[in-house]
Design a binder for this molecule. Structure first.
Ligand code: ZN
Length: 270
């Protein structure tokens, strides 16, 4: 577990390299926030993106401030917090969802990005506390099965974070629909988590539309497994670097297979 120390949480002690990484992460997170309205996943000030910054003496996260419109989300407006959700650097209050993001990073060392929205179709399934069944090959590819429901939890303490970790830890899905609330997604970095947020809304919408027209046809588990394996290990760049994100979240495992260098790769370099 990451523990914050004064070495990393006091910005005046940051060396030039770490300071540059914080600045780069602010830019990435600010830019990725623009993807949420672009994909019609949010209204008004709802929704947030965060990315972890790894540090030997205690990881940090960058997230959007509370109650700021999407037009105002510049790199400078982003805030830096420790993994207890305490503000480390920034002029504004962190997003009210910061505790959920921080808890997820603290308990899932392989996670480098977290996204939360109230996107319409995914949230409609959350309102019924109904998992989205795996009836599309793209679901098997991306999520390796159904999109699970997380427990009902009130904002303000660790409850939401605990629900996210309990539901996604050790599983395949990179998205959880928190009951009566909406989707939280995880990724290797913030961009990966934004992609999962876009994809979960897409499959929630498609499966909803399909069910209006008739009975859903499940994909046999063996085929779900084969699709997931192929997509995670073979498709795209392939190799161990695309190993399933949550598969390394075995209890007691503290070693992360994600190197800090991949987390700081500029978004456009991929
Ligand atoms: Zn919310």
């Amino acid at each position: 577990m990451s523990t914050s120390t004064v070495i990393s949480t006091d910005p005046t002690t940051w060396d030039r390299t770490f300071r540059a990484e914080v600045a780069r992460t602010r830019e990435v997170v600010a830019r990725l926030h623009a993807e949420l309205p672009r994909w019609e996943l949010v209204v008004w000030t709802a929704g947030n993106v965060s990315q972890r910054i790894r540090h030997a003496s205690g990881d940090l996260l960058v997230i959007k401030p509370s109650g700021v419109t999407y037009d105002e989300l510049t790199p400078e407006a982003m805030v830096v917090c420790d993994l207890e959700g305490t503000l480390v650097e920034g002029d504004r209050q962190p997003s009210s969802d910061t505790a959920a993001h921080a808890y997820t990073y603290a308990h899932m060392p392989e996670v480098g990005g977290v996204v939360h929205t109230h996107s319409t179709y995914a949230t409609a399934w959350a309102a019924r506390a109904e998992p989205v069944p795996c009836v599309l090959t793209m679901m098997a590819d991306e999520f390796g099965g159904p999109i699970p429901i997380g427990p009902f939890a009130l904002i303000g303490d660790d409850s939401i974070g605990q629900g996210i970790v309990a539901t996604l830890g050790g599983g395949r899905s990179r998205a959880v629909l928190m009951q009566n609330h909406g989707p939280f997604t995880i990724g290797r970095d913030a961009k990966d988590a934004v992609k999962a947020a876009v994809m979960v809304e897409e499959v929630a919408r498609t499966v909803h539309v399909s069910r209006q027209l008739g009975e859903l046809v499940p994909i046999p588990q063996a085929d779900v497994d084969a699709l997931y394996e192929r997509y995670q290990y073979v498709y795209g760049q392939g190799g161990a670097s695309r190993a399933p994100l949550t598969a390394v979240a075995a209890p007691g495992s503290t070693s992360s297979t994600t190197s800090s260098s991949t987390d700081t790769t500029p978004e456009d370099a991929r």
